[in-house]
Design a protein. Structure first.
Length: 170
């Protein structure tokens, strides 16, 4: 995510589902210095099972999606600029025929970051549309996949598709 320009510093977060637990990136730690031992293992209820760091401030988002979409095994949440810009003016992002996306990408209404309302809105948008990506209005993108590579690919595709739209004249 960092190398692709989808996040900067400590923004964004990543998780994967491991049996009935969630392995998630910690809060407030720069990706450039993050190590495997910095990751946090959560119970599906959102409480820490193992780890010395606090989980991502968006842990509720990850928990809500795994609960609502049992087939999801990985989640990537970026703060990609073009998708955020496009999400401010659209209700959904159209896709191309050869896209790894499962249909147009819904845009969830703005909710304060880190809140249960944001988590529920994102999970609902994904579930209702059968989508594997959602743009969080004014915030970022969430991609869901069978593994981390697929979830990242989804986020990259959303940002790629948003590019031409964000560059279109007024």
């Amino acid at each position: 995510m960092l190398a692709l320009g989808l996040v900067t510093g400590t923004f964004g977060n990543v998780s994967c589902s491991v049996d009935d637990r969630i392995l998630i990136t910690p809060s407030g730690l720069d990706y450039a210095i993050m190590r495997p031992e910095d990751l946090v293992l959560l119970k599906l209820a959102g409480t820490v099972a193992e780890g010395t760091r606090p989980p991502s401030s968006e842990y509720r988002l990850h928990v809500a999606i795994y609960r609502r979409l049992p087939a999801a095994r990985a989640i990537v949440h970026t703060h990609s600029s073009r998708a955020v810009e496009v999400g401010d003016s659209l209700d959904e992002l159209p896709i191309s025929d050869e896209s790894p996306l499962h249909g147009p990408v819904p845009v969830a209404p703005f909710r304060q970051p880190g809140t249960q309302e944001l988590a529920d809105g994102a999970a609902e948008a994904l579930a209702e549309r059968g989508a594997n990506a959602v743009i969080l209005r004014g915030h970022g993108v969430v991609g869901v996949g069978r593994d981390l590579d697929e979830a990242l690919e989804v986020c990259v595709e959303v940002e790629r598709l948003a590019g031409p739209l964000s560059e279109a004249p007024g």
